[in-house]
Design a protein around this ligand. Sequence first.
Ligand SMILES: NC(=[NH2+])NCCC[C@H](N)C(=O)O
Length: 304
Amino acid sequence: MLKLNVKDETSRLKAVVLGTAQSNGPVPMPEEAYDPKSLEHILAGTYPKEEDMVREMEAFAAVLKKYGVQVFRPKLIKDCNQIFSRDIAFVIDDKLIKANILPDREIEFQAIKYVLDKIEDSQIIYPPKEVHIEGGDVMPWKDYIFIGTYSGEDYSDLITARTNRAAVDFIAKTFPHKKIKSFELRKSNTNARENALHLDCCFQPIGTDKAILHKNGFLVTEEYEWLLNYFGRENVFEITKDEMYSMMSNVFSIAPDVVVSERNFTRLNNWLREKGLTVEEIPYAEIAKQEGLLRCSTLPLVRE
Ligand SMILES: NC(=[NH2+])NCCC[C@H](N)C(=O)O
């Protein structure tokens, strides 16, 4: 059996689900896209090829294995995009919460049933239907749970708004001993530079006391400033609109001092090294075309 344990974003990783780009299916039709960056590449004829994405994900798997992490892959569903495991479920403390994901992506959850069989039933939580929540919006961080959300009146018109207020309330009720901090995110169905698809697209804690942050991803200045003050300006790596677009906040921590990052993120990777972290660089720019990167591709089950 697996003893779930995830209390933060960076403690040494022991077990994880890593998505797969195999059997990804044909290039989607424009009307099938559920994020603006994929849409852009579908229209431009530059949507990533399966073989290139498979190669990138195998490079990621190799790094995880090098650090002795137990890696589970989803069972293959024919012609289904199963790259972004982060969003189908997430672990907080010793509980796994099934996400109530976009209906277009609901089927992806079945592929990890074999992993769920290794977890006590009593440790798995199924939120009610009115709760919309995806793992990319949820970050346990010590005493806190950070949650990205959107509560504008046009919520139901925005396919890019994935986590609602009911989700924030549900997580607060389920984890009464934690402090819940929610953040309203900027959403756009059509402009990827103005779209923080999930919280992890504009923010992520790094190491023990650092963070990557993009101001314009946040709708409420005070909420952005809360994060800036919490980590301290000197510990925050601010990224630009173009850097958010390249998914720079979506690196992945294997340990407080080991980060997996995209090889073209020169400015970030230098900063991380300056701060004494080990940076494992891999190619991931093709997957980035789908508005997700390394954190999005993983579902951590056990950290130290
Ligand atoms: N946790 C994340 N940021 N996941 C990114 C998911 C990207 C995927 N194209 C979607 O729209 O669902």
